[in-house]
Design a binder for this molecule. Structure first.
Ligand code: 5AD
Ligand code: SF4
Length: 488
């Protein structure tokens, strides 16, 4: 059983872990009491991640008391950060591993079983074996058969003052272009029709690869064109030598794969969102007209203190260019309120920019310090938590206004939805998502399988979801298996 605490990158690692376990003969189970191995895949981006983890570990201690053969493993960013603390606080944990050696999880379990001692392996950099196999060569168990998450890049070269990612995930390493395309081609033949490309800073995808290639031209000799194409894609191989990001090429290549109907990606960095990416989105039909562009703050002083590398005006002008090029673009964002030193006036600037940006959706956070980050040291400037919570409420009101307007404007439209399954609230209804990632519920005339593409007419809309009338099934899904991965 694999339990995930946290972000999408983590969920993807969990799919890889579940794949490794299955390849080794393990079966997924629904509860800890039936499990032989429980892997807790942790995240330190979300608030209170550590108290949730220690709470779960406390509960697992009693499960292990009843079943001493149970093996408990802890991986992910929190393990990377709190290596010794977990080992010390929870001696019943058999293996602690980090973010750079996910592919070694089962070997570490074997090591622990043989020696009986707790095994802790945390690496500062991705190990060669993991790099080669990261993550395409590892079997992946998908949560749903028609949708796949594909990591295109790990780590982050930025240094946002609030963010723990660079210290736990390391520098940016891009996966070879050919590996990504091949993985998605294989997934498409398995019936996958929607892919989400994952990276901390997808717009710089491939910068490291092309820099490497350029350096090799100077020293180790000119690489063969076929090798260049495999590492950096055909468009790059066609005569270019300049080091440059490859994300736009990747969007086009993935979008052209037969059977792939929707391509999503997360997250671009506003300072690196280039016109070629916007053009690739506009010109590639399968790339969803949805942009998740983290704003973080609307105040130029706070943006500078965060080291974000753009101003509010620059953010808004990037956004207008994207909207001008991509018709009917949905835009979502991340915003932090109460960053150390944020004044009421500076917060009001965030409200103004949020109103001007007319977001369809926003993930809003009250700043909370992550130990080891630059902002966590700014204790003298910490904003009172109550003030942060109150600012977030005001920000939510602004975001909800634009988000409601955008939803209501769709009433009467016919939209294409990929069905996810029965609605959680009303099992007679099905739920699915539009290309804008809007949640739609509708009553089907007959059973419809998850993964089917259907056409519906929107009849009602609220901030969070839309109600629609069924029109027709556009396409049945082609995937065969559905193996659940338990998420916590
Ligand atoms: N405090 C609050 N929110 C944070 N995020 C990242 N670090 C912090 C922090 N220390 C938010 C950012 C990021 C999202 C994934 O989480 O908005 O984009
Ligand atoms: Fe963190 Fe900034 Fe990198 Fe995003 S770009 S992962 S916020 S350091």
């Amino acid at each position: 059983m694999v339990r995930t605490f946290g972000c999408q990158m983590n969920e993807h690692d969990s799919e890889r872990l579940a794949g490794l376990l299955e390849a080794d003969g393990y079966q997924p189970v629904d509860s800890e009491s039936e499990a032989d191995v429980v892997i807790l895949n942790t995240c330190c981006i979300r608030e209170n991640a550590d108290s949730k983890l220690y709470g779960t570990l406390g509960h697992l201690k009693s499960v292990k008391d009843n079943n001493p053969d149970l093996e408990i493993m802890v991986g992910g960013c929190l393990a990377q950060k709190d290596r010794d603390l977990i080992a010390e606080k929870a001696p019943h944990v058999g293996v602690v591993f980090g973010t750079h050696n996910v592919g070694r999880a089962l070997e570490l379990l074997e090591e622990h079983r043989e020696g009986g001692e707790q095994v802790v392996e945390i690496l500062e950099e991705t190990v060669a074996a993991d790099k080669e196999s990261f993550p395409s060569a590892l079997p992946v168990v998908r949560e749903v058969g028609w949708a796949a998450w594909v990591t295109i890049q790990i780590g982050c070269d930025n240094n946002c003052a609030f963010c723990i990612v660079p210290s736990v995930r390391g520098v940016e390493v891009s996966r070879p272009f050919g590996d990504i395309v091949r993985e998605i081609e294989i997934a498409a033949t398995d019936g996958v029709s929607e892919v989400t490309l994952l990276g901390q800073n997808v717009n710089s995808y491939g910068r490291d690869i092309t820099l490497d290639l350029r350096n090799r031209v100077g020293s180790a000799g000119v690489p063969e064109p076929s090798e260049i194409a495999d590492l950096a894609g055909r468009s790059f191989a066609n005569g270019q030598t300049r080091a440059r990001p490859l994300f736009a090429d990747l969007l086009r290549a993935v979008g052209a794969i037969e059977g792939i109907e929707r391509v999503r990606y997360t997250s671009p960095h506003p300072k690196d969102l280039r016109d070629d990416t916007i053009a690739a989105m506009a010109e590639t039909d399968s790339v969803c007209a949805h942009l998740h562009l983290p704003l973080q703050s609307g105040s130029d002083r706070i943006l500078a203190a965060m080291h974000r590398g753009y101003t509010a005006d620059r953010y808004l002008s990037r956004l207008s260019r994207a909207r001008a090029a991509i018709p009917d673009l949905a835009v979502s964002t991340d915003i932090i309120v109460g960053f150390p030193g944020e004044t009421e006036r500076e917060f009001a600037e965030t409200l103004e920019v949020a109103a001007e940006a007319r977001f369809d959706n926003a993930y809003t956070f009250v700043y909370s310090p992550r130990p080891g980050t630059e902002a966590a040291e700014m204790t003298a400037q910490f904003v009172d938590h109550g003030v942060g919570v109150e600012r977030m409420k005001r920000l939510r009101a602004v975001v909800e206004r634009s988000s409601k307007l955008a939803q209501v404007a769709r009433i009467g439209n016919t939209e294409t939805v990929i069905v996810e399954g029965p609605s959680k609230r009303n099992p007679d209804r099905l739920s699915g998502r539009t290309e804008h990632n809007r949640l739609v519920h509708f009553t089907p005339p007959a059973p419809i399988r998850g993964g089917s593409v259907v056409s519906v007419r929107i009849v009602e809309a609220s901030i969070t979801n839309m109600i629609a009338e069924f029109v027709e099934v556009v396409r049945e899904p082609t995937h065969k298996t559905r193996i659940p991965v338990t998420a916590g």
